[in-house]
Design a protein around this ligand. Structure first.
Ligand code: 5GP
Ligand code: MN
Length: 324
């Protein structure tokens, strides 16, 4: 439960020799960009590093340098490390099967930016005022004095731009753009990276998007929008859950909508993506349903059947809007 500073986090990393670094399940650009750039930083500091994630790297992020080195935690020897470091995960459950290795390490450091972070490390470097976990890795590069190369810059750009929706939302302040300037200084070729990360979509995503849009419904006089994707939608399009990424934002970006959700039938339950515009707070709602996240972007998984799960969430969101 120990809350530590940037300097203390740097000291903890400096003292370690063999480091296990992991991130959250269903990794996105911030999870992978932060994981890989932190791994690169540690290697430049002379550490032995193992990078792990429960779920595979989604196709659209396989261009990230080093993504092929990320292992599944399953076969990893839990006694092989003197430090475990989790990045971009708000709680122990979020790192999935990496929790086995993480929990076995004598030193456990959690680095994160989620408002709902539970301080599950023995040491916690958590700052929810930054837009992405990548911003914290930028600070670690600065504090250690390790030189950032082009690959690090690309990884950190993936992190910073993903969690801000390509610089459209989130806590972008002066430090954020100074860090972006640092990435440009390190040789970031931003236009092709932006196309790879934010413009090009897989045909599966577009097909799924069509089905989600067809399911769009409005509630609370147009202030709440909901979409759903069923098992059949995934089967008929051949799409996987990862292809649904970003779809929920389409509902938020409609005139008059203040809050929205996408409910997707997945193998282990119904996955909800929640989004809102200020002054709303969907992280509180997500926590009530067993998940978490940020004020304006959060999620959870329900074990109920699709219709029941959607009904429960919708009632909660309608009540939230009715209250204001
Ligand atoms: P997304 O909707 O893009 O999957 O997730 C938005 C945010 O909510 C992310 O920052 C993610 O960390 C958080 N989030 C999504 N699903 C869950 C969940 O099941 N549990 C927790 N704790 N956080 C979640
Ligand atoms: Mn993040």
């Amino acid at each position: 439960m120990n809350e530590i500073s940037l300097k203390q986090a740097t000291d903890t990393l400096t003292r370690a020799d063999r480091v296990f670094v992991c991130t959250h399940v269903e990794p996105d650009g911030d999870a992978l960009g932060s994981l890989l750039s932190l791994g690169s930083l540690l290697r430049k500091m002379g550490k032995q590093v193992t990078l792990a994630c429960q779920d595979p790297v989604p196709e659209n992020l396989r261009f990230l340098p080093g993504s092929g080195d990320i292992r599944r935690p399953d076969g990893v020897d839990a006694d092989a490390f003197d430090l475990a470091c989790s990045i971009d995960a708000s709680d122990l459950g979020r790192i999935g099967s990496a929790a086995r290795v993480f929990s076995a390490c004598p030193r456990r450091l959690a680095i994160d930016h989620h408002a709902s972070n539970t301080r599950f490390g023995l040491e916690n470097y958590v700052d929810s005022t930054v837009a992405s976990s990548g911003n914290l890795v930028c600070r670690l590069f600065g504090e250690t004095g390790v030189r950032m190369d082009e690959n690090d810059a690309l990884l950190l750009y993936a992190a910073l731009s993903t969690d801000t929706g390509n610089f459209s939302f989130g806590q972008m302040d002066e430090e954020f753009f100074l860090q972006m300037a640092g990435l440009m200084h390190a040789g970031l070729d931003i236009s092709p990276a932006a196309r790879q990360l934010h413009l090009i979509k897989s045909p599966y995503h577009i097909k799924l998007l069509g089905r989600a849009i067809a399911s769009l419904r409005f509630f609370s006089g147009g202030r709440l929008a909901g979409m759903r994707l069923t098992h059949a939608d995934f089967e008929k399009t051949g799409a996987k859950p990862e292809h649904a990424e970003g779809i929920v934002n389409r509902a938020l970006n409609i005139y008059g909508v203040e809050m929205c959700y996408l409910a997707s039938e997945e193998e282990d339950g119904v996955k909800f993506n929640l989004r809102a515009v200020p002054p709303h707070d969907v992280s509180r709602i997500a926590v009530e349903f067993g998940g978490g996240g940020h004020l304006l972007a959060s999620g959870f998984t329900s074990r109920k059947p699709l219709n029941d799960a959607v009904r429960a969430l919708r009632a909660r969101m309608e009540a939230e809007l009715g209250r204001e």
